[in-house]
Design a protein around this ligand. Structure first.
Ligand code: FMN
Length: 319
């Protein structure tokens, strides 16, 4: 499948592996790129040592790096340090990309801006995004409430009106070829895939958490603030996390004030459970697409499988 996205990024398949904080390291990014997608390190909160180590693991693979945009303001040097690595792309989400645009484009990296609303898509277009990712609330990890099914075509119409050089990518709930085929029909040039890559051998996910997730459904996920409170992150109120429901999340989801009051002991309990991979307490940042995933396939084959199924479906629909 050749699209504007494959041309702009010089990739075989119209698939970007999502830059998932803590889960997407150099091994996953390199494997996704080897499989014809664009692999991404999840630079997340901007820990420079961790990011350096992951770039070293990825070696010579052509990859990009993602950041949580509001956090970049608190980490003034990390972007330049990554740009010295000459990444193929920088992926910004959750905040205003404007202060970083010139440095990213000046370094020759593609600028990918993930947005959750039409208003933010318009702003990303105004400040020079080359690729806009429309992220629906089905997505794993942080996001907002709009559904992929309406957000993607609404932004596609806006791009068609204003600047057809910009590529549009759909994110949120795309875990197989049906999601890619549907996204193309909605006007997207490709897809960002997170949860499907999270469930791969190369992702930095505790094996017990991964094994426990492979039999779950999209019903078993929830958008919540519990996981930011327990980690002590000061996320802007508009964003929440989609993650797997478990005892910990269900206990505190409607009792945030209680969690804040007992934060020290609860954080210690939660940290220990994450180290041990205890699925009843530890977090699994996953989207509704979890219900479409029943195995932990090697990351290298994921993009080709998605594209093969999508191409077959689109051909069938055409006839
Ligand atoms: C484990 C996990 C961590 C994520 N971390 C980030 C992140 O640090 N920065 C970011 O822009 N998006 C992050 N996301 C969201 C992805 O960019 C993407 O929008 C999402 O994974 C797409 O939906 P899907 O999970 O249904 O494929 C994360 C997603 C997951 C599953």
């Amino acid at each position: 499948m050749k699209t504007r996205l494959t041309e702009m990024l010089g990739i075989k398949h119209p698939v970007i592996q999502a830059p998932m904080a803590f889960a997407a390291g150099g091994a996953l990014a390199a494997a996704a790129t080897k499989g014809g997608a664009l692999g991404m390190i999840g630079g997340g909160y901007g820990d420079p040592e961790w990011i350096d180590a992951q770039f070293n693991i990825a070696g010579a693979a052509r990859i990009g790096c993602g950041f949580i945009t509001w956090r970049l303001a608190e980490q003034p040097t990390v972007l330049d340090r990554v740009l010295e690595r000459q990444p193929a792309a920088v992926f910004l989400s959750f905040g205003n990309p404007a202060p970083y645009v010139d440095r990213i484009l000046g370094a020759g990296a593609a600028l990918i801006c993930q947005v959750q609303t039409l208003k933010d898509a318009r702003h990303a277009m105004d400040v020079g995004a080359q690729i806009i990712v429309a992220q629906g609330g089905e997505a794993g990890g942080h996001g907002e409430g709009r559904g992929t099914l309406t957000l993607v075509p609404e932004i596609a119409d806006e791009i068609a009106r204003r600047n057809t050089d910009i590529a549009l990518v759909a994110a949120g709930g795309i875990a197989d070829g049906r999601g890619l085929a549907a996204s193309v029909m909605l006007g997207a040039d490709g897809v960002v895939v997170g949860t499907r890559y999270w469930a791969s051998g190369e992702a930095l996910v505790h094996p017990r958490i991964l094994a426990d997730s492979l039999h779950a459904s999209g019903d078993d996920t929830i958008r919540t603030r519990v996981l930011d409170i327990v980690r002590g992150y000061d996320w802007p109120q508009r964003y929440s996390v989609r993650a797997r429901k478990n005892e910990f999340v269900e206990k505190w989801h409607d009792a945030e004030a209680g969690l804040r009051r007992d934060l020290g002991p609860q954080t210690a309990l939660w940290d220990k459970a994450n180290t041990q991979g205890d699925p009843s307490i530890a977090a699994a940042f996953v989207g509704e697409g979890l219900g479409l995933i029943h195995n932990a396939s090697p990351a290298e084959g994921i993009a080709a499988q998605i594209v093969e199924q999508a191409a077959a479906l689109l051909l069938k629909a055409g006839s």
